[in-house]
Design a protein around this ligand. Structure first.
Ligand code: PGA
Length: 249
């Protein structure tokens, strides 16, 4: 059975002090062992986050990394750098990285390969834009994103992949996909994986939903059979909201 996952993407929020306070508040909560709780603070706070979460059931992941092993890439960080501070998980392909930093599916393919070569776990984000949904080509968009970035992977590599379907029109907008829309897309994704690989693999891959998940809508979305949890932005910055979302999974 797939384990549930709730991951908080803190984006470019929280200074050092605020990061420590939020982690300390999260540590006071008790979560079911059936759910993996993850947080992704800014790169500057990963060392601190890793230390503060030792012994707690909170996993820390990075928000991004470069595909190259090392070299002249000013401002970037590598898989080896993350691993040297015990960070073995990374979010790749977030729509903000795609939109503002030109991360195409071919770039992301390389990043995913680098992460997996280092045996890191990847939360891979993808999803259609509003125009694409309006034109009803959202299934095609998602198919292309997955085919380009992930479908070249050997089946054994998929044990380190967590998918996060995030329709761009729902991110930070207050607009959420309905539970039925989320389920429809998640089932479609599982179908694609089953066609490309096999049903066992398709059934084993966690698929999270992301985009304006809040305490008020989390249960309805998470109760869908193919939704295995969520990638949470804004609501992960508030301890009560994040706790309530974790309890809804
Ligand atoms: P949101 O962000 O929950 O604020 O919509 C989700 C995300 O960007 O992962």
């Amino acid at each position: 059975m797939r384990k549930k996952i709730v991951a908080g993407n803190w984006k470019m929020n929280n200074n050092k002090q605020e990061t420590a306070e939020l982690i300390e508040s999260l540590k006071l909560l008790s979560f079911s062992t059936d759910v993996r709780v993850m947080i992704a603070p800014a790169h500057t706070h990963l060392v601190q986050a890793e230390k503060l979460t030792q012994g707690a059931t909170i996993e820390v992941l990075a928000q991004n990394m470069n595909a190259a092993e090392s070299g002249a890439y000013t401002g970037e960080i590598s898989a080896r750098m993350l691993q040297s501070i015990n960070i073995n998980k990374v979010i790749l392909g977030h729509s903000e990285r795609r939109a503002y930093y030109n991360e195409t599916d071919s770039v992301l393919k390389k990043k995913v390969e680098t992460a997996l070569r280092h045996d890191m776990e990847v939360v891979f984000c993808f999803g259609e834009e509003l125009e694409e949904r309006k034109k009803e080509c959202h299934f095609e968009v998602v198919r292309t994103q997955l085919e380009t970035a992930l479908f070249g992977l050997k089946p054994s590599r998929w044990s380190k992949i967590i998918l996060a379907y995030e329709p761009v029109w729902a991110i930070g907008t207050g607009e959420t996909a309905s539970p039925e829309q989320a389920q429809e897309m998640h089932a479609f994704i599982r179908g694609l994986i089953s066609l490309k690989y096999d049903q066992n693999l398709a059934d084993s891959v966690p698929i999270l939903y992301g985009g304006s998940v809040k305490p008020a809508n989390a249960s309805a979305i998470f109760s869908q059979p193919d939704v295995d949890g969520g990638l949470i932005g804004g609501s992960a910055l508030n301890v009560e909201d994040f706790a309530s979302i974790i309890q809804s999974v």
